[in-house]
Design a protein around this ligand. Structure first.
Ligand code: GUN
Length: 292
């Protein structure tokens, strides 16, 4: 069994980005810039956004953090997004999700200029990615594809089971894995109404678990030699930790790992890669490599 080290992979990719930015700056050009909008004080969102800002620093990007209380109106938020759309010094825009109930996430996503949509959530990017056209690919699925590539894990012709059908992970992951120029795999997407999940998982060469149920994937669901990618990040109370919780994946690591050829741990697997993908997308936006 080989452990997939997302932290090391992400650090290596971020170092490459930083080297490229150094050259850009030495040539006299401005630095790439990511604008992040955070609404409210959700603990998870605070951590994610802080880590994104930190990653910008590591990569040599400028970052702008715009904060609102969760009483902000939808119109005020949308008008900030429109302002960032027209700011020529801003290359990428993210609005951290989830948002408070009185704000339509879809409206916010669709207001972001698709050419600055480094989260890859805008329907134009989702649609273009789905048919294999150049597009911003959302961070988690892109990070997983990078990990598979980095570890030279073959996906073409393999059977891949994806657990979960969210817009952020499951659905884009399935589209990438089935795409000829990406995964080129046979893809099965399981969700809450799939009756025979265990049986389907046992057929999988690759399982990507993104259902948010701690330790859902057990040894009896895993074929010997399978590749396991764990996307789960549920906060489980843990009095022994300084923060009072620990992150728990969707895979029962201790019993599943001996069966696998490769497995990504939680934490330290997919998590660090998602932020790294966002940095890659911001650089692509700056360089106009996806859209002119
Ligand atoms: N919330 C959970 N994941 C993400 C993400 O990738 N981007 C944004 N903007 N919000 C999220």
């Amino acid at each position: 069994m080989q452990l997939i080290d997302g932290k090391q992979t992400a650090n290596s990719i971020k170092a490459d980005i930083a080297a490229e930015v150094k050259k850009i700056v030495e040539s006299g050009a401005r630095r790439p810039c990511l604008a992040a909008v955070l609404v409210g004080h959700d603990g998870g969102s605070e951590t994610y956004v802080a880590n994104k800002v930190k990653a910008c620093e590591v990569c040599g990007f400028e970052s702008i953090l715009i904060r609102y209380e969760d009483t902000v109106s939808e119109e005020e938020l949308l008008s900030k997004v429109r302002e960032l759309n027209t700011d020529s010094k801003v290359d990428g825009i993210i609005v951290q999700l989830p948002l408070t109930k009185h704000i339509s996430e879809q409206k916010v996503i669709e207001t972001i200029d698709y050419r600055k949509d480094v989260d890859g959530f805008h329907p134009i990017n989702v649609g273009r990615m789905s048919i294999g056209l150049p597009a911003f690919i959302s961070a988690t699925p892109k990070g997983i594809m990078e990990l598979l590539k980095y570890y030279q894990i073959k996906t073409s012709g393999k059977t891949c089971v994806i657990l979960g059908r969210s817009n952020i992970v499951g659905k884009p992951m399935a589209r990438l894995m089935v795409q000829k120029n990406y995964g080129d795999a046979t893809v099965i997407v399981c969700h809450s109404h799939t009756p025979n999940i265990k049986e389907l998982c046992r057929q999988a060469d690759i399982i990507i678990a993104a259902i948010g149920v701690p330790e859902y994937v057990t040894a009896d669901m895993v074929k010997s030699g399978a590749v396991i990618i764990d996307v789960g990040t549920t906060r489980v109370p843990d009095a022994t930790k300084k923060k009072g919780f620990r992150l728990c994946g969707d895979v029962k690591f201790d019993e599943v790992s001996p069966l696998c050829s490769y497995i990504s741990p939680v934490p330290g697997g997919v998590g660090p890669m998602t932020i790294c993908s966002l940095m890659q997308n911001t650089l692509l936006a700056y360089q106009h490599k996806i859209y002119d």
